[in-house]
Design a protein around this ligand. Structure first.
Ligand SMILES: Cc1cc2nc3c(=O)[nH]c(=O)nc-3n(C[C@H](O)[C@H](O)[C@H](O)COP(=O)(O)OP(=O)(O)OC[C@H]3O[C@@H](n4cnc5c(N)ncnc54)[C@H](O)[C@@H]3O)c2cc1C
Length: 434
């Protein structure tokens, strides 16, 4: 076999190249950034280690565990989180832990839950939420959060992605949680794992070290007939086989003679982008839990995590840290500069009483263009059309944005492995059937 090229050095691309190497097939990974890791990479500022958004591993897949955890010491945490709602801290998930809310709020939530229309038809996420939780809880919790995290009203999203991600309590659980703090943890995983040193990105090092990665190589052109790829620095490489983990929406813009309907389908694929505000503090831990959600719509971050709770090695001695996440998209564009978002977030966290301005040692703001794919109604047909087009050009798609799927780290790694297996056996041309 000739040269095998992997586009993108996130966990999917790295796993694909590693798997090819296990099969004695050499591949070269090309990555636009100056570091590998994609969304799994960590970064250091003034002795504080932050991840690219809150990341922990909870995959139970033996293959994923062998890749991520066998050669890395890690801490095991319980997935305990809390919710901030108009000055109240409510254990997660809020629907099972109403006891932390004022009495009138509890009554309104329970009333909404009891009176919900249980034989309603579900056509979108909004209707799904109202069916599960009733109107009051929906409006004040998940619908408010959807606008912050997914950047749209729940009625704009469809529902196939929800199963297993949102807890659906019984009336008994809602009532119990409204009367006592003694409620079981119903998170979709019982434990979460995080490297003792080096941040989340350390999980990738054992297999990333074994593959050839070319950094600062942004793909800007791909010709699938001549099998040539050009990078932003002008270099060109010829390939025999190619696996792409870069966003499929971008890849089609690098190619010539892409049919209009494929360009249109790529345009129909929507995603959210995220701003990270990373704050190093010169005091002991300030966070109530490893991570917390913020429902108040006037407070810009949707979620905050505490790097020092994930691992004490993430902060200098006597310090702690927080990272806040603010999301935007073409449906909810940023109206402020990054500096303004940074300042507003810091001010709002201070107003919430989490830390004071004297504690601040360092604040960093940066953003990721591709955070989450959005489950708008057009997603399934549009991504299948684009994927089949790319595969018919001999391009094997893998990873979260390569496949355009809501994949966790472990699932992205498995996606990379499967792509390598398909390249090995040459199974990647598919007929157009959408
Ligand atoms: C907010 C958030 C929280 C998450 N939390 C968790 C969690 O707790 N646990 C968990 O298991 N998973 C979590 N995930 C999911 C996890 O991050 C992804 O599944 C995984 O990182 C995707 O890996 P990937 O390799 O498919 O994509 P990416 O990590 O996006 O890698 C793609 C790579 O391609 C590169 N690239 C893009 N364009 C080009 C180009 N033109 N030329 C060259 N290179 C290019 C990018 O720079 C990037 O390095 C989270 C994701 C987000 C957004």
């Amino acid at each position: 076999m000739g040269k095998i090229v992997v586009l993108g050095a996130g966990c999917a691309g790295l796993a694909a190249a590693y798997e090819l190497k296990q099969k004695n097939l050499d591949a070269v990974v090309y990555e636009k950034n100056a570091e590998y890791g994609g969304l799994c990479r960590s970064f250091m500022i003034d002795g504080f280690t932050f991840d690219t958004f809150a990341h922990v591993n909870f995959s139970k897949d033996p293959y994923v565990i062998s890749m991520l955890e066998e050669k890395t010491d890690y801490f095991i945490h319980k997935p305990e989180a809390v919710n901030y709602y108009h000055g109240h801290w409510v254990r997660n998930p809020a629907q099972n832990n109403l006891v932390d809310l004022p009495v009138e709020e509890r009554i309104s939530v329970i009333e909404g839950f009891v009176n919900r229309e249980i034989d309603r038809q579900v056509h979108n996420y909004d209707e799904w939420l109202r069916l599960q939780y009733g109107d009051y809880f929906t409006d004040h919790f998940p619908a408010a959060y959807t606008k912050k995290y997914w950047t749209v009203e729940p009625k704009e999203l469809e529902t196939r992605w929800v199963e297993g991600r949102m807890y659906q309590p019984t009336l008994k659980e809602v009532l119990r949680g409204s009367m006592t703090k003694e409620t079981p943890n119903v998170h979709y995983t019982k434990e979460i794992h995080y490297p003792k040193k080096g941040g989340y990105g350390a999980f990738l090092k054992p297999f990333a070290d074994k593959v050839e990665i070319c950094l600062n190589k942004k793909v800007i052109y791909l010709n699938s007939l001549d099998k040539v790829i050009r990078f932003a620095d002008g270099e060109e490489v010829y390939y025999d086989k190619v696996i792409s983990t870069i966003p499929m929406t971008e890849l089609v813009t690098y190619m010539e003679n892409v049919p209009e309907e494929i360009k249109k389908s790529a345009d129909d694929l929507e995603y959210t982008s995220g701003v990270m505000i990373s704050i190093g503090l010169n005091c002991d831990n300030v966070s109530p839990e490893l991570w917390f959600y913020i429902y108040d719509e006037e407070i810009c971050p949707a979620r905050v995590y505490a790097p020092n709770i994930k691992s004490p090695a993430n902060v200098p001695a006597g310090c702690c840290a927080l990272q806040a996440e603010v999301y935007f998209s073409k449906r909810k564009p940023l109206t402020k500069s990054m500096e303004e978002i940074k300042e507003e977030t810091v001010r709002q966290l201070i107003n919430m009483g989490i830390f004071s301005s004297e504690n601040i040692q360092v604040v960093d703001v940066r953003m990721e263009k591709y955070a989450n794919i959005m489950f708008t109604p057009k997603i399934y047909q549009a991504r299948e059309r684009v994927r089949i087009f790319l595969e018919n050009q001999g391009i094997v798609c893998a990873g979260r944005f390569g496949e355009w799927d809501y994949l966790w780290t472990g699932q992205s790694i498995v996606s990379g492995k499967k792509a390598a297996e398909r390249v090995e056996i040459g199974e990647y041309f598919r007929e157009e059937n959408v």
